[in-house]
Design a protein around this ligand. Structure first.
Ligand code: NAP
Length: 307
């Protein structure tokens, strides 16, 4: 269906991709070279429908999300499959509608699709959300609230009231306090900062989890993309696609990533598998997540009970 786009949103990942972030992985994954037309979510009006479109008609107000670089939403018109689109709620504006689908689908997919949690696994759990005041965080707080979770989150002081109103019970101002010094025994961490944060922030998130194999660390920014982007600068140029462990990395970030990750490229489906090199003695976790096509950059880590 052809949609006249009335509004689209700028997500952090658009800014990052514009600067080249994830180029190595994204280009292989989507068979399309940078620069891409960016923009994932949209709200607009149906202009034309194809013969197999049954749900929508010309003039319908719709919203949706695409991850296809050939159909980025920073455009006046977009062509979408009908399963990427739904009716826009009538009580929100086009601008408001365009700000929601990508963060909502990112959060949902990170938890349900990639970390393979089911709503019944999440009910009543203790959850820590890194960066609760952001697009993903504000959506995640409301979602976890609907599952009766006990929620702790980080934000700056100016956003304290916002995240409390949305349902966070414990709010930590990240500029004043280290969350890992006050939080412990959490079931789930949803981390919007991850690899983009200061050194050690992922370890801190993992430290506050219960040491059980039901605990989950889920990050939207895992080290793989940056590691692959940086691999060309590695001294011995060891890394390559297809089951090769890369060991030449110089920076701390790269070293950390190559300790845990092994990357394979199987046709259209890159996936992260547990690395066959031994994790450091002090480590309590292993990568178990995978990302496969789709829009979500999530990766789940399972805490090992034996540590
Ligand atoms: N948006 C998506 O759909 C999407 C999809 C895939 C991946 N991601 C990734 O998820 C991340 C977050 O996306 P977003 O859309 O939620 O971003 P966003 O709306 O720009 O929000 C980022 C938030 O991070 C908070 N923050 C900054 N430094 C922090 C720190 N040291 N500790 C805790 N919080 C801190 C800020 O809080 P204050 O305002 O209170 O300072 C801000 O509200 C991005 O890195 C992005 O790559 C997002």
């Amino acid at each position: 269906m052809l949609v006249k786009i009335r509004a689209s949103s700028v997500n952090p990942i658009d800014l990052m991709k514009r600067e080249g972030y994830g180029k190595v992985v994204f280009e292989k994954q989507r068979f399309n070279s940078f620069p891409w037309i960016l923009g994932s979510d949209f709200a607009g009006t149906v202009k034309e429908v194809g013969s197999k479109v049954s749900k929508f008609s010309k003039g319908d107000e719709v919203w949706g999300c695409t991850s296809d670089p050939n159909r980025g939403c920073y455009a006046q018109y977009g062509v979408f499959n009908q399963d990427e689109v739904d009716f826009k709620p009538s009580n929100i504006s086009f601008n408001e509608a365009a700000s929601l689908p990508y963060v909502a689908l990112t959060t949902w997919a990170a938890l349900i699709r990639w970390a393979t949690l089911r709503p019944q696994d999440i009910q009543n759990k203790k959850v820590f959300i890194q960066a609760g005041a952001g697009g993903v965080g504000t959506f995640a707080i409301q979602l976890f609230s609907s599952w009766n979770c006990e929620i702790a989150t980080t934000c700056s002081n100016k956003n304290r009231n916002l995240v409390e109103e949305l349902g966070a019970q414990t709010v930590i101002d990240y500029s004043k306090q280290d969350f890992s010094s006050v939080l412990k025994d959490y079931d789930i961490v949803l981390d919007s900062i991850g690899d983009l944060g200061e050194e050690g922030v992922m370890d801190k998130c993992i430290k506050i989890l219960k040491p059980l194999d039901t605990s989950h660390y889920i990050t939207l920014n895992q080290p793989l993309f940056r590691t692959m982007d940086e691999k060309v600068q590695c001294e011995s140029q060891t890394p390559s696609w297809c089951c090769k462990r890369w060991v030449c990395c110089k920076t701390k970030r790269q070293r950390k990533a190559c300790q845990y990750l092994q990357c394979t490229l199987k046709g259209r489906e890159p996936c992260i598998q547990p690395c066959d090199c031994s994790p450091p003695q002090s480590s309590r976790f292993a990568w178990t997540g995978r990302y496969v096509q789709g829009t979500t950059l999530s990766c789940s880590v399972q805490v090992l009970t034996s540590a």
